[in-house]
Design a protein around this ligand. Sequence first.
Ligand code: PMP
Length: 431
Amino acid sequence: KRNLDKSNAQFQRALKRLPLGVSSTFRYWGDDRTIYVHHGKGGRTWDIDGNNYVDYRLGYGPAILGYADDRVDAAASKGMEVGGVFALSTERELIVADRISRMVPAAELVRFSNSGTEAVMAALRLARAYTGREQYLLVEGGYHGLFDAAMWMSNMDEWDLGSNQDPELVPYGKGIPPTVKQLAHITPMNNYERLEDMFKKHGDKLAAMLIEPIQGNCCSIMAEVEYVRLARELCTKYGVMLIIDEVKSGFRVGKSGIQGLMGVTPDITTFAKAVANGYPISVVAGREEVMRHFRYGGASHGGTYTAHSVSLAAAEETLRILDETDALETIANYGESLKAGISKILDARNIVHSYTGHPSMFGLFFAETPPNNYRAWKTSDYSFYDTMAHYLHDLNIIVEPDSREPWFICEAHGKDPSCLTDTLNAVERAV
Ligand code: PMP
C-alpha cells in the first residue's frame, strides 16, 4: 500500500483554509485518500509523497497530449511574451478560430471563453437570443457546467415514463433556486418516444436542446447515432437550436469531435478541455447566422480573460498537433490495447464486463451490456468497480474512484510502453 503521509498531513492543514481541503469538491477522495500533486509529466502524476501514478483522469480530460507537454509549453511561453490580456484582440484569435473551423465544419464562426461552464452559458444565451424563446431541454445524465440552468436532474424514481407526464426537476445540490426550473425540461437518453413527446408538447417554446452524445460525466454512456439524428430532425422541425456539448469529447474522439463521428451537424457547439492541453480556454462555435447574434443589441458575451494570450498560444500548438500528426490515432490505439489487456485479465477469471464510449475516453462496466442511459447506470451495482478502483490507486494507477467518469487516454500513454505494462500488472493484482 502506498504511503500518503504527506498528502494526509497536507489535507489536515488545507482543511483549515480550503473547504473540504480542495478547490473542486470532486478532488476530495476521502479524508485519508485525498492526494496532493507535486507535478505531472506525460501520462504520469507524482504526488507529494513521491508516489508515481499512471494517470487516467488527466484533469477530467484536458491533458490530451500529456502533462507538461514540451511542444505546448514552449508555445505557451511564446504566448506569455504577448503580454496577457488587453481589453483588445490579438492576431492569434483568428489563427486558432480558422483551425477550429477547418477541423469542425459546423464551427463556421467562433468565440472564445475560459471554461466549459462559460461556453455552455454563452451557447444557451445565444440560442435564446436567436430564437426569442426561453425554455430548454436537457438529457438525463448530461453535465454542462456549474451554472444554475444546467444543474437539474429528474425525480427518476417517481417519474413514470409511460405516462406522458413531465418529471419533477430536482437540483444537483443546494443553492440552486427552484424558479430556474420553470424554464427547464429533461428527457431520458436514447428514449425516442419521450423525445418526440417532449417536442410535441414543448417544441415551439424551446430555445435549445443540450446534448452530450458521449456523457463524459456519466461514464461515457453513449447516445445512439439515430437518437442524435432524431434530435437534429426535431430541432430543425421546431426551430430549436441543437447544442452539442463537446467540452469533453471535442478534439479527443476525432478531429471533428463526436458530431463528426456521428455525422450530425449542430447549430451551436461548445469545446474546452482538449483544446489547449489543459491551459484554460473554451470555445462556443456554430452556424454563422446564429453566431452573428453575438453583437451589441444581441446576445451579450465577453469576459476579462477570454482569449488569453497564453491559452491561445497553447491552443494553436495543441490543435496543430491534433490536426497534423497521428496523435489521436496513438491515443485511440492505446485505448484499444488497454481495453484488450483488461479484458484478457477479466476473461481469464470469467468476470463479465463491457465498455462504453470511445477508446480515448471509455467506461468499464461489470455487466454484460453497459447502461445506455443515466437511469440504467444509476440503478446498477458498481461496488466491484469501485473496490477495484481503490486497489488501483494503491497500486499507483489513478482512475475515477466511483464509476462516474471514464478513463481518459493521452498521447503520452501511447508513447511510453511502461504505462500499459504498469497498468495491466496493477489491474491483474487489483482484480
Ligand atoms: N460540459 C461538459 C460536457 C463537461 O464535461 C464539463 C466539465 N466536466 C463542462 C461542461 C463544464 O466545464 P468546466 O468544468 O470547464 O466549467
